[in-house]
Design a protein around this ligand. Structure first.
Ligand SMILES: [Zn+2]
Length: 550
């Protein structure tokens, strides 16, 4: 295949899914059309960087849905994930994640030690937190923990280990045997493929950095002779030390465009999802190298869209990321899984300020699975995808408090009052057992964390005791009148509009009456939409508080 028609080459699985309601079903069809042997191998990969975040999880989750569908069709599936950890550290990361996944700055670690290791493989750099064998092992552990938190079982592979134990030997040998063909193929994709170019980067025995000037290849001994010269990697230059030495095929690495197809070969990969960067870059060359240098069939590909966070590209250096542990403080794991079950071809934004909408969508998706909703496409999608999104399909539909209502309950500290309010509003059936009630109320803590993180209209605390107040007569009369309205059993909307009418009748500014309410209920000068909030609370309590009685 040539690079003449990149559009044709990047046409990927899951595009033609008219007859399926869940994209992963169509992808599974394409994989099975090749009659792969069990176990079917699904791969993903990552280059270790400073922080493991939700962007890295995209690939893991996409692969896991395809794995789940294949398993449900009776196939054995392995989901493997490579840490491309023989890559060199090119520049200092601005942020790192500590062993608990919390983001810290370089000032919290020995940045000097990292700086001295620029140009060395990640596996040869000490863990900045001193717990694991290397920087790479630290990062891999974070990613594995994230996958685990989301209920995905991945087998992590270290590229360095695959070179060191000889797994990659046949690939390196093949590429170097066919170095002329490799150069020819590569020259269609990148400028740096002149007659001198050898697609292998030894690790310098003297300085430990990756280097690229090869003087000779000994295919029988499986070694190369090299000179440690400067090497351009992306925009960075790795300084060479001038050392001349000999390296075995296990003491170096293939350049990425060869390494990726090499992984397909040694891990026997049947399917790999990847982002748009690869679709335009190393995927077309990967096919070419697989077919014309390695003589293997490339896996079924699938290009997924990236998602943005709060309307901006994910970027650890710019600080626009969210980690899995952070997001799990705000959302149930099944809601995060649901986000990735949505079609991978559509670019989406994860807007943390509107997580209530995402949770509402998930709740509707769940309703659609159990009862059906008035949109047939949503119901069909739910029937196909829901069993793969939840850990286990419960016999009875789980009780879910609407997320914003949970946020309202989050303003109340007392667990018994939270439960009472949820029951009063009809969100918990009378016959619900304790475990069901606890499960439903668990969302309150998450919505509370959301309110605090976003500092939004729900980030207030209902005062259990009557705060000190100092109202004038007009205001106390107005509060008494408002108490009458609430006692007459009006809903939140009515209470909200009555606040304006009562203020006018008592010749005070509406803002002053709202302020009095915020003082009474939150001991603050501002707060949420007061009428609706009071409408959600227990009536007797609201009436007594408006009368300044408790
Ligand atoms: Zn060197």
């Amino acid at each position: 295949m040539s690079a003449d028609d990149p559009a044709a080459e990047t046409a990927t699985a899951g595009e033609n899914d008219d007859h399926h309601d869940f994209w992963a079903e169509a992808v599974a069809d394409e994989i099975l059309a090749r009659n792969p042997d069990d176990p079917i191998v699904i791969k993903g990969g990552v280059s270790p960087s400073g922080v493991a975040h939700l962007g890295n999880v995209n690939e893991i989750m996409r692969g896991s849905f395809v794995a789940e569908v294949l398993r449900s069709r009776g196939h054995e599936v392995r989901q493997v994930f490579t840490s491309d950890d023989r890559d060199p550290l090119r520049k200092l990361p601005r942020k790192l994640a500590d062993p608990d996944g919390q983001i810290v700055g370089l000032g919290d670690v020995d940045a000097g030690a990292l700086g001295r290791n620029l140009g060395k493989p990640y596996t040869d750099i000490p863990d900045p937190f001193g717990e694991r064998d290397s920087y790479a092992a630290h990062f891999a552990a974070l990613l594995e923990a994230d996958a685990d938190r989301l209920g995905v079982n991945i087998e992590m592979y270290s590229n360095t280990a695959l070179y060191a134990d000889g797994t990659f030997d046949p690939v390196v040998k093949r590429v170097l045997e066919r170095a002329d063909t490799a150069r020819e193929v590569l020259s269609e994709y990148q400028a740096k493929a002149d007659d001198e170019y050898v697609p292998f980067n030894p690790i310098c025995a003297e300085c430990g950095k990756l280097t690229e000037t090869i003087r000779s290849i000994d295919l029988d001994a499986e070694t190369v002779d090299y000179v440690c010269t400067d090497m351009e990697v992306g925009d960075e230059t790795i300084d060479g030390c001038g050392h001349e030495g000999t390296a075995t095929f296990r003491e170096g690495k293939l350049p990425w465009r060869f390494e990726w197809p090499g992984q397909w070969q040694v891990l026997d990969v049947d399917f790999e999802p990847f982002g748009k960067d690869h679709a335009e870059g190393s995927w077309p060359s990967g096919i070419d190298i697989a077919e014309n240098v390695l003589d293997i069939e490339p896996p079924v590909p699938m290009v997924y869209e990236w998602f943005t966070l709060n309307g901006e590209v994910l970027s650890s250096s710019a600080g626009n990321i969210v980690t899995v542990p952070e997001l799990l403080e705000l959302l149930e794991p099944e809601v995060i899984r649901y986000f990735f079950a949505l079609h991978p071809k559509k670019a989406r934004d994860l807007d943390l300020s509107r997580l209530d909408q995402l949770v509402d969508d998930f709740d509707r998706f769940e309703d659609a699975y159990y009862e059906g909703v008035d949109d047939e496409s949503v119901t069909a999608f739910a029937e196909a995808a829901y069993p793969h999104v939840v850990d286990e399909v419960a016999d009875e539909q789980p009780i879910r408090l609407p997320y914003t209502f949970a946020a309202v309950l989050g303003m109340v500290d007392d667990p018994a009052l939270r439960e009472k309010l949820a029951r009063d509003e009809g969100h918990i059936p009378d016959d619900a057992d304790d475990a069901t009630v606890d499960a439903a109320l668990a969302r309150v803590e998450r919505a509370r964390s959301w309110a605090e993180r976003m500092d939004n209209a729900y980030n207030y605390r209902l005062q259990a005791e009557l705060p000190d107040t100092d109202f004038d007569d007009a205001t106390t009369d107005a509060l008494d009148a408002l108490a009458e309205v609430v006692a007459a059993d009006h809903d939140g909307e009515t209470i909200q509009s009555e606040i304006y009418d009562i203020a006018r009748d008592h010749d005070i500014k509406p803002g002053d009456l709202f302020a009095a309410g915020y003082r009474l209920f939150f001991d603050e000068t501002q707060g949420p939409r007061l009428g609706e909030f009071l409408g959600d609370l227990e009536q007797e309590f609201v009436v007594d508080r408006l009368r300044r009685e408790r």
